[in-house]
Design a binder for this molecule. Structure first.
Ligand SMILES: *Cc1c(COP(=O)(O)O)cnc(C)c1O
Length: 230
């Protein structure tokens, strides 16, 4: 499942990267924030090495993938060559893929249920080093979307931290397509604040500036960097 990027020349990739970087910095400064607080995750799903390499060469080191299988096919060889790359899992995770995901990813953005939290706890008991963890909140309460319901988030976070001793770094959301994303960003910001969490994974190609203004520490940008997915 690898598509060709619109244009993969190193110059073009570097230009898109610096354009996104500038827009993030501008949105941060307008909100009185330090642009350094915002990490750009380049979402490379569906794109192959030929599209990813120019971005790595332009200095990008943080990448996101939404499928374990696809990441397993693409990233081990790239990571061997670029050991300082950091890989983020931004798609739903089935517990039967957990061991493989633990080998591939530095950060999970999609911890969303007890079963997965328990599986993480068991993996740690068996000696696995756990990734950094974000809890996904289904802010739009959409049946087809993963994530813990907003009204259950406080309880879930408490269970993660107190019962399972999982170190939760922040919250993540994917707003419904047809709704104002700012409402959803503000909602996870509020849940994060009352739970003492400082990191927010929110904002994609169409709305990352809004997300940065509302406190995003991690924006997940795919098509604005790589072109339209085929
Ligand atoms: C694909 C994807 C993105 C990136 O979306 P773009 O609109 O292409 O920037 C961000 N977050 C998640 C969870 C995704 O699956």
């Amino acid at each position: 499942m690898t598509g060709a990027a619109r244009d993969t020349s190193p110059g073009e990739a570097a230009e898109r990267l610096s354009d996104i970087g500038r827009r993030i910095a501008k949105a941060a400064r307008e909100a009185g924030r330090d642009p350094q607080e915002v990490t750009l995750i380049a979402v490379s799903k569906t794109f192959g090495e030929e599209a990813i390499l120019p971005l790595i060469e332009a200095g990008q080191r943080v990448f996101g993938e939404n499928r374990v299988q696809e990441a397993a096919a693409k990233w081990p060889s790239l990571r061997a060559r670029f050991p300082d790359v950091e890989l983020h899992l931004i798609g739903p995770l089935q517990t039967n893929k957990l061991d493989e995901a633990l080998k591939l990813f530095d950060v999970f953005h999609t911890l969303d249920r007890d079963k997965l939290a328990l599986a993480l706890m068991r993996a740690r008991e068996k000696g696995a080093a756990l990734p950094r963890l974000f809890v996904q909140v289904n802010t739009g309460e959409e049946a087809q979307k993963a994530g813990i319901a907003p009204q259950e988030a406080d309880m879930f976070l408490t269970r993660c931290r107190e019962e399972w001793k999982l170190d939760i770094e922040g919250l993540m959301c994917i707003p419904p397509l047809d709704e104002e994303p700012a409402l959803h960003f503000a909602l996870i910001e509020k849940i994060a604040r009352r739970n003492g969490l400082s990191r927010l994974s929110m904002g994609m190609s169409g709305d990352f500036e809004t997300a940065v203004r509302l406190g995003a520490t991690h924006v997940r940008v795919g098509s604005a960097l790589f072109g339209t997915r085929g």
